[in-house]
Design a protein around this ligand. Structure first.
Ligand SMILES: C[S@@+](CC[C@H](N)C(=O)[O-])C[C@H]1O[C@@H](n2cnc3c(N)ncnc32)[C@H](O)[C@@H]1O
Length: 255
């Protein structure tokens, strides 16, 4: 298949994935999401509509939940970077997913899980939810927080080389599929690599084909003379006829 045909297939599959993820929502919101998933206002509307559908809070999961990906995540949380420090984990574009809280709950080593999102609505819903739930962590020193943050500016909050693991479930996908989001996706990837420790990893869960995503990651993760990265891919599995992948990006210093 030519690269052009491949991008068309990827694009139309992307539309199907968005439709499948938001199938309970109004058609005007679905069309807004198709083009504007890089916009804070779109997501504020999405999480507001989502929470008004039910009386009790329910986590919303893009693609799938923690159980489908725990075997990719938990093995990366088995060694401490410093004897006394918490392992710093970021869930970028966390939405109202239970992924971050599940990592906090299940990690045997002490972790600080920071779930960050551009939408203050999603962040407030999660803060209220965990306060009401009082989830108990496996390790009593672990911590969990929810922060409103634009992940294209991670360096405003996190210092260089301080984060052990970054998890991205559908967020860079959302930016890449938006009319004006590609520049933001490039920026977010670069910021992730800058805040990661040299021993750290970025895990991306995505439905994008390895042919396209590996090329994008390898190209964008480079900054002439400053930064490079090793990139790998594993299959997560199939859901509703779509194949999902886990991309692992590890920063490599260029001297
Ligand atoms: C496709 S949803 C995925 C949500 C969640 N990770 C999940 O698995 O359900 C994309 C999320 O990214 C957030 N987002 C979009 N642009 C962002 C940005 N620049 N910084 C932080 N979060 C962003 C949106 O608010 C939304 O919650």
């Amino acid at each position: 298949m030519s690269l052009f045909c491949k991008s068309l297939t990827t694009l139309s599959r992307g539309v199907d994935v968005v439709k499948a993820c938001v199938r309970r929502h109004s058609s005007s919101l679905t069309s807004e999401l198709m083009e504007n998933m890089d916009k804070k206002a779109t997501w504020d509307r999405f999480y507001t509509e989502n929470s008004s559908c039910t009386h009790t809070f329910k986590n919303f999961e893009w693609f799938f939940g923690f159980e489908s990906v725990r075997d990719f995540i938990m093995p990366l949380l088995q060694t401490r970077s410093h004897p006394d420090a918490l392992l710093q984990v970021l869930d970028v574009g966390c939405g109202t997913s239970a992924l971050g809280p599940c990592v906090y709950q299940h990690s045997p080593l002490p972790v600080l899980v920071s779930c960050v999102d551009i939408s203050p609505v999603a962040v407030r819903l999660m803060q209220e939810h965990v306060q009401a739930q009082a989830i108990q962590p496996h390790n009593t020193s672990s911590q969990l927080e929810f922060l409103e943050l634009d992940c294209t500016h991670l360096l405003k909050r996190y210092a260089l080389s301080t984060v052990d693991l970054i998890i991205d479930k559908g967020t860079i996908d959302a930016l890449l599929r938006s009319k004006e989001g590609k520049g933001k996706a490039n920026l977010m990837l670069k910021q992730c690599l800058k805040v990661l420790r040299s021993s750290g990893s970025l895990l991306q869960f995505s439905d994008e084909d390895p042919d396209a995503r590996l090329l994008w990651l390898e190209t964008e993760a480079q900054e002439a003379g400053l930064m490079a990265a090793d990139v790998g891919v594993q299959e997560v599995g199939e859901l509703r006829g779509v194949n999902y992948f886990c991309y692992q990006v590890t920063p490599r210093c260029v001297v």
